[in-house]
Write a new protein. Structure first.
Lengths: 232, 120
């Protein structure tokens, strides 16, 4: 097991607002990790720091010992929480674009998953249902051979069958050399598929533990514990 | 197969129990090959790491063993799985009995309830 991600005393301020406060954590390879917290806790800010879309106010962050930049781009595969693809493009065009864009992208794998879903590769993105669009986005992200997959809210707003599909895609693409970081506030749907959970509240990490250890220690599901920790 | 995992309990021991039940009841025969870690992970909806850890614990207990490059197999000797099954039956019976005791029934009443229930 090797270290994929390390954060050391990260702070991120937006003006006078502190979005992240003294965040330190390490993520090892071969893990599926949940980044859990209510809206506005700082999940997306942390994810954007990992992707190099934001820079920390103070503190350091390393992906396989390198600070985010050109060298870490091939290592991180990122699913943003908003649709960023051109709606007029066909599924096929987007897959080809990704193959051009990312050296580690495997179009064969992407087409195979698209076929299995029964999505027509000639379909334009704008003609797909919300659920199918989310599936296509996930397939694109999971078809790369990255070290760290960062999925920002992949299961928000989809039906239970789509959610199951997303979860099984994550398990199916499991690779002991890589890790998956999933941010969500829908914990009960996803907790059994997680190795570890990170609770984040008001920009601070309040807990980082394994799912089984939490259940053993507290005698309750991660979801129940979450509701307790984040009670109003 | 239906996994129906309890969300309040750690996942690893639950996977171990399920495999022991399958072995003790003969659903997976002695010496037979188990599904792969990934297949079990997919059907149970849990992470492959948890399944791997469960299999390793079952190996330590002597329920299954791994063959290099080939996968996991059930031991010829299935006594440990049967023992686990017996413990499960005991603990579930205990839970049932204490539920019934709290409803004011004694053991004889409970036996009658079970007999009548069967006759229904």
């Amino acid at each position: 097991m090797s270290e994929i991600l390390r954060c050391e005393h990260l702070h991120k301020d937006f003006g006078s607002k502190q979005a992240l406060v003294d965040v330190s954590l390490t993520v090892e390879s071969g893990k599926i990790i949940g980044l859990l917290g209510p809206n506005g806790a700082g999940k997306t800010t942390l994810i954007k720091l990992i992707n190099g879309l934001l820079t920390p106010t103070t503190g350091k962050l390393y992906i396989e010992s390198q600070e985010p930049g050109i060298n870490t781009k091939p290592k991180v595969s990122y699913l943003p929480d908003v649709n960023y693809l051109n709606n007029w493009m066909s599924v096929e065009d987007i897959i080809k674009m990704f193959a051009d864009f990312y050296e580690d992208f495997r179009p064969d794998l992407a087409f195979e998953m698209i076929n299995r879903l029964g999505i027509d590769r000639k379909d334009r993105l704008k003609n797909l249902s919300k659920g199918n669009k989310e599936k296509v986005c996930l397939i694109l992200v999971m078809s790369r051979s990255a070290k760290l997959y960062v999925l920002d809210e992949p299961i928000a707003g989809v039906d239970p069958a789509t959610r199951d599909y997303i979860i099984s895609t994550i398990i199916n693409n499991y690779n002991p050399e890589a890790s998956v970081l999933i941010s969500t506030h829908l914990i009960s749907d996803i907790e059994s598929v997680l190795d570890e959970v990170i609770f984040i509240k008001d920009g601070r990490i309040v807990m980082h533990d394994t799912v089984d250890h939490i259940r053993e220690e507290h005698g309750k599901s991660v979801d129940d514990l979450f509701r307790e920790v984040f009670k109003w | 197969m239906e996994w129906s995992l309890d969300k309040k309990r750690p996942i690893c021991p639950q996977i171990c129990e399920k495999i022991c039940i399958l072995v003790a009841t003969g659903s997976i025969g002695a010496g037979e090959k188990l599904a792969s870690v990934r297949e079990v992970a997919l059907s149970a909806g849990v992470t492959p790491n948890t399944v791997q850890r469960s299999f390793e614990q079952l190996e330590q207990k002597g329920v299954i063993y791994s063959r290099r490059g080939s996968g996991w197999y059930v031991n010829e000797d299935i006594r440990v799985a049967r023992e686990t099954m017996r413990e499960l039956v005991n603990s579930k019976t205990n839970a049932y009995l204490s539920d019934m005791h709290s409803l004011g029934l004694n053991n004889d009443d409970i036996i009658n309830v079970i007999k009548e229930y069967q006759h229904e």
